[in-house]
Design a protein around this ligand. Structure first.
Ligand code: IPE
Ligand code: IPE
Ligand code: MG
Length: 248
């Protein structure tokens, strides 16, 4: 395994976008106004990630648990998602951004699915920068779905169950073909993972920032990346093993 040197920019940053509701409440606005502003931040941060040299940006936009929110909020979020996809297609193509999703997207409203499928197909050939939207995503659901698919592959004789390893099993996760996140950022001051990329984030670095998602910008992303660059990723080794020897 080759270890990325700590000076390196992370290749894959994943963000738990949190704090839209509190941003709105602080201003006496309905929660949905916070989500509307949050969509503007998604646009800005997608651009910023590209400019800062990331190869993959994953954004946690809607969790499997979020369906339990008030129905009008869920409906408004789905409406915003559809509007965003419709509006951004041109930008994705202009900026050569490939769109991918992780999550049970087949349970999203038909209109959202239609725009998702269209945008994914239209941007599938871009290779420099990938935006991954986690939609109706939950890590435990992901493991259950992967286990089901894996069991079906075993039953069909496509997989040798005795050879089960992380490498063979992880191909059945939603993230198949994507690198693991190097850095996971959570906004809004919460310091929990909320069922996000539990396995893929096994060796990710974490940065928690008090900034609410609608206020998050390029400078905040750059600061998190700078913090990442100061960390030493050891993957179980000793610091001496990881640090390159300084030769006079
Ligand atoms: C994040 O902001 C957006 C989603 C989870 C969809 P929240 O809506 O969770 O904002 P807070 O946590 O209530 O402030
Ligand atoms: C996590 O935020 C999910 C997303 C960012 C989409 P939540 O606001 O739903 O998480 P909890 O409920 O505070 O853990
Ligand atoms: Mg929240």
């Amino acid at each position: 395994m080759s270890l990325p040197s700590p000076e390196n920019t992370p290749s894959h940053v994943a963000i738990i976008m949190d704090g839209n509701g509190r941003w709105a409440r602080q201003r006496g606005l309905p929660r949905i106004e916070g989500h509307r502003r949050g969509v503007e931040t998604v646009r800005a941060v997608t651009d910023a990630g590209r400019e800062l040299g990331l190869r993959t940006l994953t954004l946690y936009a809607f969790s499997v648990e979020n369906w339990k929110r008030p129905q009008d909020e869920v409906g408004a979020l789905m409406g915003l998602l559809e509007y965003y996809l419709q509006k951004e297609l041109g930008t994705f193509i202009k900026n050569r951004i490939r769109l991918r999703t992780i999550g049970r997207t087949d349970q999203l409203p038909a209109g959202v699915q239609k725009h998702l499928n269209h945008t994914i197909a239209e941007t599938a050939h871009f290779t420099d920068y990938t935006l991954v939207l986690a939609l109706n995503y939950g890590a435990r659901t992901e493991v259950a779905d992967a286990a089901r698919a894996y069991a079906a592959a075993v039953a069909a004789g496509q997989v040798e169950p005795n050879a089960t390893s992380w490498e063979t099993f992880s191909r059945y996760l939603y993230t198949a073909g994507l690198p693991d996140p190097d850095l996971i950022i959570r906004t809004s001051g919460e310091t929990r993972i909320s069922n996000f990329l539990l396995l893929q984030g096994a060796y990710a670095e974490f940065v928690f920032t008090p900034v609410l998602w609608p206020d998050f910008g390029k400078a905040d992303l750059a600061a998190a990346i700078a913090e990442y660059a100061r960390r030493e990723r050891r993957y179980g080794l000793t610091s001496e093993q990881v640090k390159p020897k300084v030769t006079a």
